[in-house]
Design a protein. Structure first.
Length: 315
């Protein structure tokens, strides 16, 4: 399988002459070899074998693209913000999925922040049902992170042809729910969970991915504790705050507790007294109306029943 030269190569910062480990790819090469093997130039990129254990010996004229320590094999996904490649991490000789921002060095701060949010959220999680993150970094101004490569398809592709059998659907849902429950236990909310963000490996096991919109509950809890109006509800010292952040960074449980739904409601009432007063009056009126209507309705039914009984006796 081949693909034509990608015009985004320069924007994404691919190395055109750097060839750090060509000796791992074919016999007789050395560190000073050019990325393009000598011979007729085809101007195309050849897809290398997917199995990292298979010896790789590119044919003459094949160009090999590198991105730091990663050898880019094939593009496997492209979205509005990012592009994902199937790549070989040369130092460890393993196949990974390499994700980078599509806009390269021209990415906005918002894009970069979302990109690192995804990497940071996934890096906190170590679960068989979640695609792991291996490395997060920057190469020649291009932000990237590498993660586990799932050889298979997405759940969206799996259900495109029709609904799953009930037992299979239930089994998948159970495994996905377990993975998400684990993420929640680590304070991470996915916020974009959908079939396209669930990958299925060769055995059909689901792997949750794409935490780009993830929200960290623990970090929010720490911030809200710092912003408490009541001094007694804040951290007592800066050292206590520093220790709490360190626990969060290590993925350990934090000591602060999230604000309960009841307290959130009470805070909203205090911030919006007029609106909450009107809502309370409306609810009270509805409850009162329901009680009165129910009372008179029961009275009418009782009177009608008594009238029928009296009429029966008269006959």
């Amino acid at each position: 399988m081949t693909s034509n030269h990608n015009p985004h190569d320069e924007t994404l910062g691919f190395d055109k002459v750097e060839n750090p480990r060509v000796d791992n790819l074919h016999d007789g090469a050395n560190q000073d070899d050019d990325v393009t093997l000598q011979g007729p130039t085809t101007g195309e990129f050849e897809t290398l074998p997917p199995d990292p254990t298979v010896p790789v010996k590119p044919s003459v004229g094949t160009r090999i693209r590198y991105f730091g320590d990663y050898e880019l094999l094939t593009e496997i996904a492209r979205g509005g913000m990012g592009v994902v490649y199937r790549a070989r991490q040369n130092k460890l000789n393993r196949i990974v999925a390499l994700k980078m921002i599509l806009a390269g060095q021209f990415a906005s701060e918002e894009d970069v922040q979302r990109f690192y949010t995804e990497a940071a959220a996934a890096a906190l999680l170590d679960h068989p049902g979640i695609v792991p993150v291996y490395e997060v970094g920057e190469h020649q101004g291009q932000h990237f992170f590498s993660m586990g490569f799932v050889e298979g398809s997405s759940l969206a592709a799996r259900i495109a042809s029709g609904p799953l059998p009930p037992r299979e659907a239930a089994s998948l849902l159970k495994l996905i729910a377990e993975a998400i429950a684990y993420a929640h236990s680590k304070g991470v909310i996915h916020r974009d969970l959908k079939p396209a963000n669930v990958l299925l490996d060769k055995q059909g096991t689901p792997k949750v991915t794409d935490f780009g919109l993830a929200k960290n509950m623990d970090l929010e809890t720490i911030c809200l504790k710092c912003l408490q109006k009541d001094p007694n509800k804040r951290y007592d010292t800066s050292g206590e705050l520093a220790a709490e952040i360190e626990r969060w960074q290590k993925g350990e449980p934090i000591k602060a507790r999230a604000v309960s739904r009841t307290e959130r409601t009470w805070r909203w009432i205090r911030r919006n007294p007029v609106v909450s007063g009107l809502l309370a009056a409306t609810v009270l009126a509805l409850i009162s109306g329901t009680i009165v209507s129910t009372y008179f309705g029961n009275q009418a039914k009782e009177e009608a029943s008594n009238a029928r009984v009296a009429e029966g006796k008269a006959k």
